[in-house]
Design a binder for this molecule. Structure first.
Ligand code: ZN
Length: 128
């Protein structure tokens, strides 16, 4: 072993370490970029979902009417025309005709209104 060879070896080792560090830096940057892109797309998805839900809520609000509960007379409940809902005060199931007439719902309507409010709570997926 001569000195020149050892210097060469030392240089090539430090060269390797540098190259390794470059690769690691590049990997870290790539991972960071990837996680940023993922966060970005999740944000976009959440925004889209909340926009859809808002649009759906607005649609419900537009199509719903304030009804007088046939049971307790409370007028705090809004129900979509041609749909069923529950009185916000006494919980009576109320059906509203397309003409906006409210009457106590049958047990079938009660099941439907329960299903509809469950669908609404699950995130505003619109019924086809
Ligand atoms: Zn009521």
């Amino acid at each position: 072993m001569n000195l020149g060879w050892m210097i060469k070896l030392g240089l090539s080792i430090s060269e390797n370490i540098r190259a390794q560090q470059e690769i690691e830096r590049a990997r870290a940057l790539e991972a960071q970029a990837r996680s940023e892109a993922l966060a970005q797309s999740q944000r976009a998805k959440a925004e889209t979902a909340s926009f859809k839900r808002t649009a759906y809520e607005q649609k419900i609000a537009r199509e719903s009417v304030a009804v007088e509960c046939p049971n307790c007379g409370s007028t705090n409940t809004r129900i979509r025309l041609g749909s069923a809902g529950c009185c916000a005060y006494c919980g009576t199931a109320i059906r509203v005709s397309m003409q906006g007439i409210a009457y106590v719902a049958s047990s079938i309507d009660r099941a439907q209104s329960k299903a509809e409010s469950e669908i609404r709570e699950k995130g505003g997926e619109e019924k086809k």
